[in-house]
Design a protein around this ligand. Structure first.
Ligand code: DAH
Length: 382
């Protein structure tokens, strides 16, 4: 029997609910019989026609004839029913469209009970796809240059002991070289022996020792990671930043290998026409030590940008990229038992700051942008 709108005499919540759901059920079951566009039109007219459609009748028979006091409650129910029926009519139209669509276009027809009609043809909620952070992207680029040379990746803890961060890297206790590292110490460690006290690693170099304890020579590793120093944040400093460390140990590794490897890596990173330049330096864990400079990839080494001075290289035409050197025999002494006899093996190491390179590469003028998490900044790298 086709549904007809009953008159209401009882306006209690229970009676309203019963009448409304009988109507909704009728609409849903009629919807199930639609096969053609003509069926759809008949269905839509029967339920939605302004003149004498079922919803219009309900408006007249239920709402308008209800006693004044009951109208708000009846109104609510009628509104719900209206939305529900309109939803079903829309779904009915979409179903017909779907039936006609090629199978490959809509492969899955989802049927979930959301307590009302669901238009499965609406686009789903889109979640923005994230992008690699510029610092991480730079890190990956550097790491992949070394991976192609046969290096593998090692990692270590950010909260480190005094032993790995300093002592085993040939910074003896109380040695002034420790002052160069502006260390953030973990509080409450005084009762421990000094070498066990915890701190935030100031460089990725401790992972050299940790890896040599675990792996016998020969090794070739790069170590990306975050490091911390007691530096107040400004346009070129941050208490947290990123480094990539490198270590190669084998028999007969020479300073020539160090130069050749780093020269190749700089050309792979900054372009084949950059020149490299090594200047003597000091690090407790390498001897001899050097700083590596590359020709400024902003001004091409001229120190000028048009008529202006080139700022990134301070007009020198050279940019310092890393510290490096031949592993100090004193460092090997700490891992001698694992095959690192300084009389038998030699090696080179290097360490570079990633954030500054990312600044230069992407022409960003304030380091803080990297760490504020402002989506408007980060989106530009998507
Ligand atoms: N760890 C040093 C620093 O953060 C950088 C460095 C210099 C690392 C020379 C090395 C190296 O491996 O050989 O200041």
């Amino acid at each position: 029997m086709a549904y007809t709108v009953p008159k209401l005499t009882d306006y209690s919540a229970a009676a309203l609910e019963k009448a409304a759901s009988a109507c909704a059920d009728a609409c849903a079951s009629e919807m199930g019989t639609i096969r053609t566009d003509a069926d759809l039109k008949t269905f839509r007219d029967r339920w939605l026609a302004r003149k004498n459609g079922i919803l219009t009748q309900i408006n007249d028979l239920w709402l308008k004839s209800a006693p004044k006091a009951e109208r708000p409650v009846v109104g609510q129910k009628v509104n719900w029913l209206k939305k529900h029926v309109e939803g079903l009519v829309e779904v009915a139209g979409n179903r017909l469209l779907l039936q006609r669509a090629p199978a490959t276009q809509y492969r899955t027809v989802v049927s979930l009970d959301f307590g009302g009609p669901v238009d499965i043809t609406l686009p789903g909620a889109r979640r923005p796809i994230g992008a690699e952070h510029p610092v991480i992207r730079t890190m990956h680029e550097i790491v992949s240059v070394f991976q192609k040379l046969g290096y593998s990746v090692a990692e270590g803890p950010v909260v480190e002991t005094d032993y790995y961060n300093f002592e085993a890297l040939n910074f003896p206790p109380d040695h002034p070289a420790r002052d160069t590292q502006d260390t953030l110490f973990i509080a409450g460690q005084e009762s421990k022996p000094q070498r066990e006290r915890l701190l935030l690693r100031t460089h990725t170099s401790p992972v050299q020792i940790r890896t040599m304890e675990k792996m016998r020579p020969p090794i070739r590793i790069v170590i990306p990671g975050t490091v911390h120093r007691n530096d107040p944040p400004d346009a070129s400093h941050s208490p947290m930043f990123h480094q990539i460390e490198g270590l190669a140990v084998d028999t007969n590794i020479t300073f020539g290998d160090l130069k050749g490897t780093l020269d190749h890596a700089m050309k792979a990173l900054f372009g084949s026409n950059v020149k490299t330049h090594f200047r003597p330096s000091f690090f407790p864990f390498t001897e001899p030590s050097a700083e590596l400079y590359v020709t400024c990839f902003i001004c091409g080494g001229s120190g000028k940008r048009g008529a202006d001075a080139c700022r990134p290289c301070k007009q020198t035409g050279w940019i310092e990229v890393l510290g490096c050197g031949m592993v100090d025999p004193n460092v090997f002494e700490f891992v001698k038992d694992n095959g690192y006899d300084p009389k038998k093996v030699s090696g080179f190491a290097f360490g570079m700051g990633v954030d500054r390179l990312a600044l230069l590469k992407y022409g960003v003028d304030d380091l803080q942008y990297f760490f504020q998490g402002d989506v408007r900044f980060l989106e530009q790298f998507g």
